[in-house]
Design a protein around this ligand. Structure first.
Ligand code: ZN
Length: 884
């Protein structure tokens, strides 16, 4: 059954410009309780060369038209055709400018989709990307229609003393009757998806930033009443982001004000509206008692990301939504570089690669596969994906690797210079680097067009007679759901030859086949190549794909002894971590393949020893050692298994490994767990966070080894900050479910934090991810908890989303009850907020990789969702593609 007709598919190949050019937008929004009146004046002109009789076709979504006029004259009904989804106007001037005035009436109070203008805790706010502006007024709602905006907001002064929009404030005043107004002017051409309005009774944290050319920018972070001081770290991150973009990319901020607003009900992380970023309050509000180190890092990243969009996204935007990675992949690359510079590069890289493998690889290897630049979509909101964002960032990183720092910067400069003020394409972007680096990137551009994770196969041969080491490299790309090409791509492969004392060996390399050698980089652009290194005194260890220099699946038939040596010796710390990670996931996947009842240990003694040696090595950064102790997740093991997955088996194997490591490292873990006591005052810097991560990882191993909740409960009670408190609570709730210690701590946590929505989300999520079958009963109970609501995306994600995405054991209960629970919630959620429903539904996509019983139940559940009457385009698209 195909609910969505072919006609609704939008294709990149069908792109064409609008017949009308937009010169300016003048809007008045009159906010009242229960209704908002919107008057929009568009300055338009027929594009030279466009058909003289072409109608003006505007987009709408659930709109009611109140009136329409051209150059001040109300239009007769025959001149236009209005539906909630469109407005078509005929008989418009063949040449010259004209003004179209449209009045619409909307009800932000009833807007549960949280797209367009809506109310959150009484605050009026907007979310327009991708196609939310059309829920406010009829418009040419597409990113290649750019104009300056002037926006007047009118509201009740008591309900909304603060009135904000894009650009600079130009006027404000009283209207009598308790009402007032403000006018904002944004001189920069922008597409409608960057429009924003916020009105409400808000507190603000204020600061200023002096730009590199000496202009003072007024900064404001707006929060709900009484919470402005919790925006201090966000403000600090904002100022560091502004300084970094000047230093690293020469990019200066361009308006007189920059405002951020924290909103409780928000579909995504945050939104880069010009001069008025709107944020999920989760990425603004922090203090040590309510937020973890991960939350601090998240705020820093998202603040930076949205700020960096001012140049990569706003000053240069996307021609159409197929080019989404032009702004998102590039901006993720920029925020990752910022975090690498502000924190610790290797640790950040490990985090990004884990994330890529956890989210992007499964997407690229399953039915929802699509290229970094998709060729078609039915619902664009379903393409804000790990592929567009994270693989998109990897593609930019590969350009930087291929060109080198100086030429990459030259290419970026050229991009800003050439396309400032435009709506650009991937071709425009790539052309800048071709020119800056004097290189041909046409084959490289396949990274944007071909979906799937390439496999890089590496084999080695040492010739003791000739003292030569030969490395053979091959690449392949399996055809996938997206049905894109499988041509060889350009793979930048960073490598080193490591000697017996960890020294970097230098050797003359000779290439045969489809590659070139450039210092420590092999650029493989053919299906295969060999590189021979001569003049070596003895066999080196090959450290390949350093820093994960290309987003590929590496199949390197390296001996365990070599990996163990690299885990100890490699000067490239990323690869030192990866050597261990490969040993761990290799061991765990092998163990998970063995039949049930096979009691052979999951990990070799030598691997455990290597892990413990790194974890206990005081010379190494604690954050790095914390990463070393973080085993590959159960979902990652499942992905590597690829088929016939039994999540209970995977869980048992990982648990066994944890206990084995814990028992063997008891003394190390006792020392590490004690090192970071509750007397250490909390500071959010990366070094302190790293020490806490290491201590809490050690605590988890101790608990696995000793199986004693008492010491964890003591740790919970004495915790001096949220990071330590939630770490102890997670161990209690996940390892000792339903024990008195765990029940008491969960109840205590609720009492302590019940007034804080963000902390309550942690309480819901922690219980939703407890890895045992009965967790489903707890989750069902929590779905009926007075504090659970489908209206708040964070709350739904905390309970339903994290259950489906991060509880491999209970979601995948063999009886299918976990699937039924999630399906039922999704169908209900779909009527309220289809975007969130669709996002959570992607957790079903790997259904083909499970053992027969679960696979059948997953498929049946997906079909039931697909057959639901009145399903949204969002959810329908995900389930249909998942089943294809
Ligand atoms: Zn973004």
């Amino acid at each position: 059954m195909q609910r969505t007709e072919e006609g609704q598919t939008v294709r990149l190949a069908d792109y064409r410009r609008t017949d009308f050019v937009l010169r300016g937008v003048d809007m008045t929004l009159k906010l009242f309780e229960g209704r908002t009146e919107v008057l929009t004046r568009l300055s338009l002109e027929r594009r030279p060369g466009a058909p003289a009789n072409a109608a003006l076709e505007l987009d709408g979504d659930e709109l009611i038209l109140e009136s329409i006029a051209v150059d001040g004259a109300i239009l007769e009904p025959g001149r236009y055709d209005a539906t909630p989804e469109s407005l078509s106007v005929t008989g418009l001037p063949e040449t010259g400018p004209f003004e179209l005035a449209i009045e619409t009436r909307i009800a932000p109070e009833d807007n549960t989709k949280l797209m367009g203008l809506y109310r959150s805790n009484g605050i009026w706010c907007t979310q327009c990307e991708a196609e939310g502006f059309r829920r406010i007024t009829y418009f040419l709602d597409r990113p290649d229609v750019l104009a300056p905006y002037r926006v007047r907001i009118e509201a009740d002064r008591a309900a909304a003393p603060v009135l904000l929009s894009n650009g600079n404030p130009v006027e404000s005043g009283d209207l009598g009757d308790g009402r007032h107004f403000a006018v904002w002017d944004d001189p920069f051409n922008k597409p409608s998806y960057l429009f924003a309005v916020v009105a409400g009774d808000l507190d603000a944290l204020r600061d200023t930033f002096l730009t590199m050319s000496g202009r003072t920018v007024e900064l404001g972070i707006y929060t709900e009443k009484g919470r402005a001081r919790q925006a201090a770290y966000a403000m600090d991150a904002l100022k560091r982001s502004m300084a970094w973009d000047e230093r690293r990319f020469g990019r200066e901020y361009d308006l007189d004000v920059f405002n951020v607003v924290a909103i409780a009900d928000f579909n995504m992380g945050a939104m880069e509206n010009k001069g008025l970023n709107v944020f999920n309050h989760k990425y603004v509000l922090l203090d040590p008692d309510i937020a973890t180190d991960a939350d601090y890092a998240g705020v820093e990243t998202v603040i930076a990301h949205e700020y960096f969009h001012n140049w990569t996204g706003n000053r240069i935007t996307c021609r159409d939504w197929f080019q989404l990675c032009l702004k998102e992949g590039l901006t993720v690359y920029r925020d990752q570089e910022f975090s690498a510079d502000e924190r610790e590069r290797t640790v950040q890289r490990i985090g990004s690669v884990r994330r890529l493998k956890a989210h992007q690889f499964p997407e690229d290897q399953g039915p929802l596969q699509h290229p970094v630049r998709p060729g078609e979509y039915r619902e664009i909101n379903n393409f804000y994906t790990a592929t567009v964002y994270d693989k998109g960032a990897e593609v930019v990183r590969m350009i930087a690797t291929l060109l080198g720092e100086a030429d990459f910067r030259k290419g970026m400069d050229l991009y800003f210079e050439r396309h400032d003020g435009e709506a650009a394409t991937i071709e425009d972007f790539v052309a800048c680097f071709e020119q800056a680096g004097a290189v041909d990137l046409s084959q490289f551009a396949l990274w944007y067009a071909q979906a799937g994770t390439p496999t890089l196969t590496v084999t080695e041969a040492w010739d003791p007679q000739e003292r030569r080491h030969t490395v053979r490299l091959r690449q392949s790309l399996a055809p996938g759901a997206a049905r894109t090409g499988t041509e060889p791509m350009v793979l930048p492969i960073r490598f080193g030859l490591v000697g017996g004392n960890g020294e970097e060996r230098r050797a003359e390399g000779r290439v045969a086949g489809g590659a070139r050698l450039d210092g420590d980089l092999i650029v493989l652009d053919g299906r295969e190549a060999t590189v021979t290194f001569a003049g070596l005194s003895d066999r080196p260890y090959l450290s390949v794909l350093r820093d994960f220099s290309a987003p590929v699946t590496l199949e390197h038939d390296q001996a365990e002894a070599d990996r163990l040596a690299l885990a100890r010796l490699d000067r490239n710390l990323f690869n030192r971590w990866r050597a261990l990670d490969d040993l761990l996931s290799g061991g765990l996947t092998r163990a998970a393949r063995r039949p049930l009842g096979d009691t052979a240990p999951s990990l070799d003694g030598a691997v455990v020893d290597a892990l413990l040696a790194s974890a206990g090595d005081e010379e190494l950064d604690p954050a790095f050692r914390g990463q070393v102790l973080t085993l590959p997740g159960e979902a990652e093991i499942a992905r590597q298994l690829g088929e016939g997955v039994d999540p209970d088996r995977v869980h048992a194997v990982v648990e066994d490994a944890r206990a084995v490591i814990g028992r063997k490292g008891l003394s190390t873990f006792a020392r590490l767990a004690a090192a970071e006591g509750s007397d250490v005052p909390f500071t959010p810097d990366a070094a302190s966070a790293g020490r806490r991560a290491l201590a809490n990882a050690a605590l988890a191993y101790l608990a696995a080894a000793r199986n004693d909740p008492a010491e964890v409960a003591a740790r919970y009670r004495s915790a001096g900050n949220m990071t330590d408190r939630i770490a102890a609570l997670a161990i209690l709730g996940h390892r000792f479910p339903q024990s008195d210690a765990s029940e008491e701590a969960l109840a205590d946590f609720y009492r302590r934090y019940e007034t804080d929505e963000l902390v309550l989300d942690k309480w819901f999520a922690l219980q939703a991810t407890a890895p045992f079958h009965d967790a489903l009963a707890a989750v069902e109970r929590l779905a009926g908890h007075p504090r659970f609501t489908m209206r708040n995306p964070n709350r739904v994600r905390a309970l339903v989303g994290s259950f489906a995405a991060s509880n491999q054991v209970a979601f995948h209960r063999p009886d299918g009850a976990g699937y039924r629970f999630v399906a039922e919630k999704l169908v209900a959620l779909d009527r309220i907020n289809p975007q969130i429903a669709a996002r959570i539904a992607t957790t079903f996509r790997a259904w083909r990789s499970f053992e027969a019983g679960r696979r059948a139940k997953l498929e049946e559940t997906l079909r039931q969702i697909a057959e639901t009457k009145g399903l949204s385009k969002d959810l329908g698209d995900i389930v249909d593609r998942s089943l294809k």
